[in-house]
Design a protein around this ligand. Structure first.
Ligand code: CP
Length: 305
């Protein structure tokens, strides 16, 4: 039985295979309908979500399966003190696969160790978000035609942004990728992730100003400052508008630079950017359903059409 807790649980060749299947699902969705008939997905969300939970549910419904679950800890027996391990053992009696989001780093991993069915990490605190990374990789491949030889700028809250951590780990496995990490000093990428980049010989540099580096980027990955991870409201208020992408700033960028964001956004991308042909963030939302369909098929070991 396989789980997906960290993006490195998948080999590069498995990731490439999932992206191929996701691309095929997008092109001929009817061929996949019914492959998960009589299968059930449980979405256990101990933390808020719009895209991840609903795209998992839409993915299973489009495969002909069914969904059950809860959208907040308050509506489950977690509110009475039940542990995540007891919760997944219980839910494994009702469902064939579980997607779990939790505010505590490592909670999905602890759950997977005790689970009778595959567990997918749908985001754990400020740690990892591997299925957002599959979404991002599919989007990059569709937009740029490759995952190799790219200069990728990541901007905003790189400390608490779990999508950034998983994406850095994933893209660093492809040849010729380099990173420009754009953040205030307090919100820099955590040291263990930077050490891993150095050990693998992946070039990166840290800067505080977006405008200086915009002209060299193939991709700009914007992120929200993660209010819910701050201990101190005053620090959040001071840092929350550190970067705001506007059409005026985008005049500095390449005509084919992809603008990405895992969403939700607050202020960091002006709504005036949404009609720019380089804006890919709503394409990411759409691609999320297709990669999650491919992932469910893989973890349930269901053969394709
Ligand atoms: N990108 C993402 O994880 O969005 P949600 O928090 O809405 O699931």
């Amino acid at each position: 039985m396989r789980h997906l807790i960290d993006i490195t649980d998948l080999t590069v060749s498995e990731i490439d295979g999932l992206l191929e299947v996701a691309d095929d699902i997008q092109k001929r969705p009817d061929a996949y309908f019914g492959l998960c008939r009589q299968k059930k997905l449980a979405t256990l969300f101990f933390e808020p979500s719009t895209r991840t939970r609903l795209s998992f549910e839409a993915a299973m419904l489009e495969l002909g399966g069914q969904v059950l679950g809860f959208a907040s800890a308050d509506s489950s027996s977690a509110a009475k003190g039940e542990s995540v391990t007891d919760t997944v053992r219980t839910v494994g009696c009702y469902a064939d696969i579980i997607a779990m989001r939790h505010p505590k780093e490592g909670a999905p991993m602890a759950a997977a160790r005790k689970s009778f069915v595959p567990v997918i990490n749908a985001g754990d605190g400020g740690h990892n978000h591997p299925t957002q990374t599959l979404t991002d990789l599919l989007t990059i491949r569709l937009e740029k035609g490759r995952l190799e030889s790219l200069t990728v700028g990541l901007c905003g809250d790189l400390k608490f942004g779990r999508t950034v951590h998983s994406l850095l780990t994933a893209l660093s496995r492809y040849a010729g990728v380099s990173f420009v990490l754009i953040s205030p000093h307090e919100l820099q990428v955590p040291d263990p992730i930077k050490r891993a980049l150095t050990e693998k010989g992946v070039p990166y540099r840290e800067v505080e100003t977006m405008e200086d580096v915009l002209p060299e980027l193939d991709i700009l990955y914007m992120t929200r400052v993660q209010k819910e991870r701050f201990f101190n409201e005053a620090d959040y208020v001071r840092l929350k508008d550190s970067y705001i992408l506007t059409p005026e700033k985008l005049t500095l960028a390449r005509p084919d630079m992809a603008i990405m964001h895992p969403l939700p956004r607050v202020n960091e991308i002006s709504h005036r950017v949404d009609d720019d042909p380089r804006a890919c963030y709503f394409k990411q939302v759409r691609n999320g359903k297709f990669v999650r369909m491919a992932l469910i098929l893989k973890l349930l070991e269901v053969k394709g059409p």
